[in-house]
Design a protein around this ligand. Structure first.
Ligand code: PMP
Length: 452
């Protein structure tokens, strides 16, 4: 692997320039200390001081194909030489090919693709399509969810990231999805959790008025809110409820899609086809901003003779589409989705379960593919979280100390609230996965020190 020669002075200059003018997401600007990054390759990135990090976060769970994949870089370079930008109204080879490749992989009849620049815009447009299709206004989403940070998407987001921006005016209603470890329904097993979660959703719909509900949006496997794999039958049950009430079923696969769970889409694990499916991140690993909505034949037909009143200047941007074509083709050629399934099942899952046996701070391990969460607790019996539920993981002492210990061990973790997520690229090798598990093992000793 090529790493850049250490150059701390250059790193300090980048840091100073950043702090002078860059306004960072989700941050108190005066309290942050962003790491200057000098380069990246595959599962690693490195700073200017000579420290290399195994990226167990895939950045924001988007570098499914790893950093700097040569085929994707070549495709972007080639496209840049041909056509950098063109308005969405034109027909373009790479846009049509990207749409075909996505449509070929999405489940069922989700065969029309509306491109956006990322996940939140995909959610915004999916909701708008559902409202126009049904002529209804309300949208239901789960409390333990994240759907993006734009106006409607942040209202749909159920978890506390919504609080500072919640206008509660967008016709959004939240309900509880299934989560056996902290069951809102006091269920004792998955079958009970599933049955009670579906009954709760039915009740919510009955009291909101089914005729007023345009859509139910769910992450197929909720991501940043905790990687909670739904019990068997839950998503099929939600789909049946939606069909019965004429409600559009939207699955948000911005994080779970494109190989993350060991299938092209997480919906494939559960045999469900929603009416609309949102995607972003893994579609091109974020090399150029891209997202979109895959649309069923029925909803596409709504806009066949009547215009869809929405659009984006950069919808189906040629550089983004070229990178998506190269990414999807490389994932297929190099069996990257299969790799995610195999490493998850054979190395990461068993490795994390072994850590849970040894460490008193690990309350639960859950996940699939390269999409895993460790829930850190003060007490395994009571399940009291290591930090309160609405605490920012990175800003809160035990979790911040745990994250710092990971970084000292050469591992870049994903930390949110009382959880660390193990979400390496889908290309992660067995040796890399084992290296990361060893670093986690050492860092968990720091979390153990905070247990009861
Ligand atoms: N939906 C889900 C499930 C996500 O995980 C995210 C991003 N983490 C989004 C939507 C928003 O995507 P973006 O940040 O690209 O707007």
């Amino acid at each position: 692997m090529t790493t850049t020669q250490p150059d701390p002075a250059a790193g300090a200059a980048v840091h100073a320039a950043d702090r002078a003018h860059v306004f960072h997401s989700w941050s108190a600007q005066g309290l942050i200390d962003p790491l200057p990054v000098a380069g990246a390759e595959g599962s690693y990135f490195w700073d200017y001081d000579g420290n290399r990090y195994l990226d167990f976060s895939s950045q924001l769970v988007n570098t499914n194909i790893g950093h700097q994949h040569p085929k994707v870089i070549a495709a972007i370079q080639e496209q840049a030489g041909k056509l950098c930008t063109i308005a969405p109204g034109f027909a373009v080879d790479v846009r049509a090919e990207a749409a075909r490749l996505v449509a070929e992989r999405t489940p069922g009849d989700l065969d029309k693709i509306f491109f956006t620049n990322g996940g939140a815009e995909a959610v915004e447009n999916a909701v708008r399509m559902a409202r126009l299709h049904t002529g209804r206004a309300k949208v239901l989403s789960a409390y333990r969810s994240y759907h993006g940070a734009t106006a409607a998407a942040i209202n749909l987001t159920g978890d506390p990231r919504r609080w500072p921006s919640d206008t509660a005016s967008a016709g959004v209603v939240h309900f509880w999805g299934p989560f056996l470890y902290r069951s809102p329904f006091h269920a004792e097993n998955e079958a009970q959790e599933c049955e009670r979660a579906l009954a709760h959703l039915e009740d919510t719909i009955a009291f909101e008025g089914p005729q007023s509900i345009a859509a139910i949006i769910l992450e197929t496997v909720p991501g940043t809110a905790g990687i909670m794999v739904p019990p068997p039958g839950y998503l099929a049950g939600v789909h049946e409820i939606c069909d019965r009430h004429g409600i559009v079923f939207i699955l948000d696969e911005v994080m779970a899609g494109f190989g993350r769970t060991g299938h092209w889409f997480a919906a494939d694990h559960f045999g469900v086809t929603p009416d609309l499916l949102t995607f972003a991140k893994g579609v091109n690993s974020g090399y150029v901003p891209l997202g979109g909505v895959a649309i069923s034949a029925e909803i596409a037909a709504t806009f066949d003779q009547r215009p869809y009143p929405g659009g984006l200047t950069y919808s189906g941007h040629p550089l983004a589409c070229a990178s998506a074509v190269a990414t999807i083709n490389a994932m297929a050629e190099e069996k990257i989705v299969e790799n995610a399934a195999e490493i998850g099942e054979k190395v990461i899952g068993p490795g994390l379960r072994a850590l849970a046996e040894r460490h008193p701070s690990v309350g639960e391990v859950r996940g699939l593919g390269v999409f895993w969460a460790l829930e850190l607790v003060r007490d395994k019996e009571t399940r009291e979280p290591l930090v309160p539920y609405n605490a920012s993981g990175t800003a809160n002492a035990p979790m911040a100390e745990f994250a710092a210990a990971c970084k000292r061990g050469g591992l870049w973790p994903f930390v949110n609230m009382n959880r660390t997520h193990v979400v390496p690229p889908c290309t992660v090798t067995e040796a890399e996965a084992k290296e990361g598990l060893a670093a986690l093992d050492a860092a968990l000793a720091v979390a153990d020190a905070h247990t009861a």
